[in-house]
Design a protein around this ligand. Structure first.
Ligand code: ZN
Length: 83
């Protein structure tokens, strides 16, 4: 599934899908999910600051496809709001 460009800064190359736990662990420098968490794994789309993005984060998805779907929906709503 194709990831749409960022609805906030318009960047495209900086938008990527990440493993949810790895992504937040890299920000907070520790595992954020407790061992018995019901959110065992998942994905999130981020407009990566290091790659020139704005840092916007999409919704949590159980699969990569689900996370991308949520990100793409945000892009669609933002576009509508600008009209
Ligand atoms: Zn952005």
């Amino acid at each position: 599934m194709k990831i749409k460009k960022c609805p906030f800064c318009g960047e495209k190359d900086s938008v990527e899908v990440y493993d949810y736990n790895e992504f937040y662990s890299s920000i907070f420098k520790k595992d954020i999910l407790p061992e018995n968490s019901h959110v065992a794994s998942g994905f999130v789309v981020n407009c990566n600051v290091i790659e020139g993005g704005c840092g916007a984060i999409g919704g949590y998805g159980l699969t990569k496809k689900d996370a991308i779907k949520k990100w793409n929906k945000r892009a669609h709503i933002a576009k509508k709001a600008l009209i």
